[in-house]
Design a binder for this molecule. Structure first.
Ligand code: HDE
Length: 752
């Protein structure tokens, strides 16, 4: 009875409240002839945008209030809260029926925490899953005006960019230094809309038509039965594909060359691969290939270094990029273009510009620099930026348009499509890293993860309700993207390729003939390694046949390594003029951010050490002091690496400092029973380190009795081994040697 009266009381109070409420006047009543709900009679302005949801005040890690930008503080606000902002007293214990449980279903905090965690992962990219990103700036030189009207290329125009480098085949957690193509994708946040240049570090591609992309990727990815090998092309299905589809041989020889194992993302070239059609302000068109030229030069690892690094530091490239940015060694690339007349044939010097398995040698069409990219900042959050960034070859700006390259045409479909699954719906361009910096006024509405609160009532065009807005731009004068009215050959529908696409070998041979002896040696070793990892005899033989069609000498060397007969070529060998620009050897380059290991005997003579460390830093490089054990040396220097925790592959060059003191048993181990110099032996970890550096053709320096160590390791007398009494002179010579990246003449003499 009591309950009943309470309910009745409440109902009465609600009725009273409702009676007090001021009711809106209803225009017309049923039957009176006027509609019950008012129709809008005049256009209304869109609703004002809602302010972004305000975050809690910012606090430092210790809880003190701070004005630091959000990305600089570890957490926000003083108290831990739920996703709804309720403060939490405990996030370590679930709510249980008594101390010994069971856990209660009603524990909403436990459920929120676990549920969110359960859904933290999104699908990794189907290709290019492993990557590293960086923010930067692009500055135009202004000299591309005659070719393209793109505003971001204007003189001194500054455009923010985000770049993502990647491998292709490996999963998100795979190693950086595998033999593979590297992605080099750049998002230019221009005033005229976002432009994405989604390129690779290799200027040609495996296939000529995008319809074969699933095939080549299925062949390169791990075998579907055992899901091995990870991030490798050294397996049967890859070589089955490329030996059957000989159009892939050009890309494959680039992968087998040193280009497949870059030293650093900072020392990679980038290529747009396809030919683009550019248009200038006068409406004149040109065909254009885009190139990125690294200011630090193009440099690679050796295959042995790459393999060791995959184990000792799988994040080698990611770390190198992040460390360089943090240290202020900002990597730079010049954007360059090769420009060709836009003819009906779409060829240049008989090279089909729409065939993505062909390049145009720089000797025939020089790369003209048109702007400078400088990377300056690491991402604040890997997932938010590097993982969620979504590139698309169709993100174009006025002045740059596509061609009919059948590979590019398929890409124009694929990139948006893949984001729908990967980023969970059609609104991925609202994710902060993908937001254009140009104003957006689209009529795309709703969908999963819609975070915009659109005003107005008429998301269609034209309309007469939302003020008739937005309007179409009146063509190019209003900065509109106008598709270039390129000629389309009148033809019949067909599933065929042009005849020029049948030449699968001439440029592969040209690449081979353009290499220097050490580069050729590396290519032979790479083919031999990869084919030796295949099991099927027929696949090895078929690939040897492809090699014979590239170059009989290349084929013979690989065949010898495999213990198989070398077949005769089945196509006439075409000798195109070699292109020296394809070789990585020659010239000297800046050494910014290179790592110099300094081996030190803690009991030895430390004089000169400090000066050398300072000189290495002053030269823009990173000195790392390596000693048998950690802690501090007698002169106060901190040991950064111990023999147990480092491997030669971490360094671009090594120095052996000073002398081991008589009787010291750290760097140089003397035979304790005999105790004389003749029986001195070197710590085996130092022997390994020095011999690896020697084999990998790195510059090695030593002064004073540090030279003993080189002698004991058997590496004292060879080109690029720099010995002297004065540490400063030794370092200067080492620095000069490092400018050439490696002591090239040592290859072939010690590697056999
Ligand atoms: Fe891609 N490629 N691709 N690709 N590609 C993707 O897009 C695709 C091709 C390249 O760091 C995917 O967002 C097709 C050539 C880079 O986020 C996908 C074809 C070149 C990246 C896709 C190609 C590239 C991708 C996977 C043949 C060099 C990484 C995830 C028609 C010019 C971008 C994604 C990043 C990524 C499709 C060929 C470069 C599936 C269908 C040629 C650098 O959309």
């Amino acid at each position: 009875k009591a309950v009943k009266s309470t309910v009745e009381g409440a109902a009465a109070r609600v009725a009273e409240k409702l009676a007090d409420l001021e009711r809106p006047e209803v225009p017309g009543t049923p039957g009176s002839g006027t509609p019950k709900v008012a129709e809008p009679t005049k256009p209304v302005e869109p609703l004002p945008p809602k302010p972004d949801q305000a975050g809690p005040e910012r606090r430092t890690a210790t809880g003190a209030p701070t004005d630091a930008p959000a990305e600089a503080v570890s957490g926000q606000g003083r108290f831990l809260t739920t996703s709804q902002g309720a403060r939490l007293r405990d996030s370590d214990h679930s709510l249980k029926a008594g101390r010994r449980g069971p856990t209660l279903l009603q524990d909403h905090h436990l459920r929120e925490k676990i549920t969110h965690f359960d859904h933290e992962r999104i699908p990794e990219r189907v290709v290019h899953a492993r990557g590293a990103g960086a923010h930067g700036t692009f500055i135009g030189y202004g000299n591309a005006r005659s070719v393209t009207k793109a505003g971001f290329l204007a003189k001194n125009a500054e455009t923010p960019v985000f770049v993502r480098f990647s491998t292709v085949l490996g999963s998100r957690g795979s190693a950086d230094t595998v033999r593979d193509t590297r992605g080099f994708a750049t998002k230019f946040y221009t005033d005229e809309g976002t432009f994405d240049l989604v390129g690779n570090n290799i200027p040609v591609f495996f296939i000529q038509d995008g319809i074969k992309f699933p095939d080549v990727i299925h062949a390169g990815k791990p075998h579907p039965d055992r899901e091995i090998p990870q991030a490798q092309s050294a397996h049967d299905t890859f070589w089955d594909f490329v030996s059957l589809h000989t159009e892939a041989q050009h890309h494959t020889i680039w992968n087998m060359s040193d280009r497949g194992i870059p030293r650093s993302y900072r020392t990679m070239e980038g290529f747009g691969v396809h030919t683009f059609r550019c248009v200038n302000a006068a409406g004149e068109t040109s065909l254009v290939k885009f190139h990125w030229k690294p200011v630090l030069g193009v440099h690679s690892l050796t295959w042995e270094e790459a393999q060791l690094l995959a184990g000792t530091d799988p994040d080698f490239h990611r770390r190198d990029l992040a460390d360089a940015l943090e240290a202020g060694a900002f990597p730079q690339w010049e954007l360059g273009v090769q420009v060709f007349p836009d003819t009906l044939e779409e060829t240049f010097d008989d090279i089909d510009l729409l065939d993505p398995t062909k390049l145009v040698p720089e000797e025939l069409a020089p790369v003209q620099p048109i702007g400078l990219l400088t990377l300056t900042h690491n991402p604040t959050n890997y997932f938010a930026e590097t993982e969620q960034v979504a590139f698309h070859v169709g993100n174009l700006v006025p002045g740059i348009d596509v061609t009919n390259d059948p590979l590019l045409q398929a890409r124009l479909f694929s990139y948006v499509d893949t984001q729908l699954t990967r980023l969970g719906g059609p609104n991925f361009s609202q994710i902060p890293i993908n937001r254009p910096h140009a104003p957006v006024n689209d009529m795309l509405r709703d969908g999963f993860h819609q975070s915009a609160v659109h005003g107005g009532i008429a998301p269609y065009q034209p309309n007469s309700l939302d003020g008739g807005c937005p309007f179409f731009a009146g063509g190019a004068k209003d900065g509109a993207f106008v598709d270039v009215p390129a000629h389309v050959a009148e033809s019949v529908k067909t599933r065929e390729a042009p005849a020029s696409y049948d030449d699968h070998y001439s440029q592969v041979r040209q690449f081979w003939l353009s290499m220097t002896p050490p580069e050729k040696e590396h290519i032979v070793a790479a083919y031999t390694f990869e084919l030796a990892k295949c099991f099927e005899q027929a696949i090895k033989e078929r690939q040897l046949l492809a090699l014979a069609n590239i170059d009989p000498d290349l084929c013979a060397q690989v065949a010898a390594g495999l213990g198989l007969p070398a077949p005769e070529p089945t196509v006439p060998l075409i000798d195109l003029a070699p292109s020296p620009a394809l070789s990585q050897i020659g010239g000297t380059w800046p050494t910014d951010g290179r790592i110099v290991g300094i081996l030190v005997d803690p009991d030895g003579d430390l004089s000169g050490l400090d000066a050398v460390r300072t000189a290495v830093s002053a030269a823009g490089m990173v000195p790392l002091v390596v000693a048998p054990y950690g802690g501090k040396l007698a002169d106060g220097t901190t040991v950064q690496r111990t023999f147990a925790a480092t491997r030669s592959v971490e360094f671009d060059a090594v120095l052996v400092a000073g002398s081991p003191a008589p009787g010291a048993d750290a760097l140089v181990v003397r035979d304790s029973k005999v105790g004389d110099d003749e029986n001195a032996v070197l710590d085996p970890r130092v022997v390994l380190l020095l011999q690896e550096c020697f084999r990998h053709a790195k510059a090695i320096g030593a002064w004073g009795a540090g030279v003993d160590a080189l002698e004991l390791a058997g590496v004292a007398d060879a080109p690029g081994v720099l010995i002297g009494d004065d540490p400063a002179t030794v370092f200067t010579e080492l620095h000069t040697a490092l400018g050439a990246h490696r002591v090239w003449e040592r290859f072939g003499t010690v590697l056999g």
